[in-house]
Design a protein around this ligand. Structure first.
Ligand code: TUI
Length: 314
């Protein structure tokens, strides 16, 4: 059985986090992942504090295992959500899309483990100095907001820059990816796209179907011009957005085009106006299954792959 320092630190069975996907990762999905032995993470996204509190309580009613909350630092509600997680005493806070420095003292004082996503060595060093418990090194293969570097390049550099445990994210959806992450120095992984296929993941059936039918070149990055590059499925909407982006549409109009697009994908399965966030690994997500089964399958395959690793040494 694969165990690592992050399991002991957090009291989880497997070193697998479920990504904090906005509009998607609710209390139900997070509880299913935590019950499956990983760390389930509720996404605050752009939602107000009251929503986050409700989802934490929902998760608590479904599991007695540790749970996390992901705070998207560009959210207009970031201040109140930061207070809610401290009040509700989530075991873990992960952060994305920015620098969480100003909240860290309060979270740590509330006994919360802070595990930021870091897209660069400089951010890894800063977070280490400020008392993060671990780091998530997320490469640009991931869905949603993406940094510059790939997982292959980012993970070993982050591992060299910190003494903290590092989880790898971006482009990981099976045991081979898990094993590769370990070889790069990570002690666990975070997966988002793979959990889109979980039975307990309540995205619109159109969204789930699109993930299950995805092929290798099925994603693209839009939004670079406004400073927030986002990876999503290559739909007509994404293509049109990209054309508008490079065709000189004014910033305000472009912003309006993207507003609400994620909700339309997740809740309505809207193929015309929805933005279906997805990582590049979607093509390897093949069937719907319970979250606990996903975790077991990934860990079993990882064990087999890591067990065979000696074959390379003659
Ligand atoms: O955050 C994510 N993925 C996301 S957030 C999101 S919602 C959104 N919608 C529209 C525009 C922007 C966001 C959808 N998907 N992943 C974690 C992540 N964090 N990836 C990269 C980063 C990151 C980037 C810059 C973390 C820190 C950072 O710091 C920059 C600085 O110096 O402040």
């Amino acid at each position: 059985m694969i165990k690592s320092e992050i399991c002991e630190m957090l009291g989880i069975t497997y070193p697998v986090f479920q990504g904090g996907m906005a509009w998607i990762a609710d209390g139900k999905l997070a509880a299913a992942v935590s019950n499956g032995g990983g760390l389930g993470i509720i996404a605050a996204g752009n939602a107000p504090g009251a929503y986050v509190r409700e989802e934490i309580r929902k998760a608590r009613s479904l599991t007695d295992k540790p749970i996390g909350v992901n705070i998207m630092l560009l959210s207009p509600f970031v201040e109140e959500v930061a207070r809610v997680v401290a009040e509700e005493k989530a075991e873990v806070v992960t952060t994305g899309a920015g620098n969480p420095s100003k909240y860290m003292e309060a979270w740590k004082a509330a006994g919360i483990r802070v595990i930021p996503v870091v897209p660069s060595v400089a951010m890894a060093k800063l977070m280490t100095r400020l008392g993060a418990s671990a780091l998530i090194a997320e490469g640009g293969e991931s869905g949603g907001h993406v940094g510059e570097l790939t997982t292959m390049v980012l993970v070993p550099q982050i591992c060299d820059a910190t003494t903290l445990p590092v989880l790898a994210a971006g482009g990981i959806a099976d045991g081979r990816g898990f094993a590769a992450a370990c070889m790069l120095g990570a002690c666990g992984v975070q997966m988002g796209t793979r959990f889109l296929s979980a039975k307990e993941c309540t995205i619109h059936p159109v969204y789930k179907e699109k993930i299950l039918k995805a092929t290798d070149l099925c994603t693209m990055v839009t939004g670079k011009r406004l400073g927030h590059p986002v990876r999503s499925l290559r739909t007509n909407f994404a293509r049109d957005y990209s054309k508008a982006e490079y065709g000189g549409m004014p910033d305000e109009e472009l912003e309006a085009l993207g507003t609400g697009a994620l909700r339309l994908a997740v809740q309505e399965g809207d193929e015309k106006k929805g933005c279906f966030l997805s990582g590049q690994i979607a093509a390897m997500v093949k069937k719907e299954q319970p979250a606990g089964e996903i975790i077991r399958e990934v860990m079993e395959e990882a064990e087999a792959v890591l067990g065979e690793a000696h074959k390379w040494v003659k």
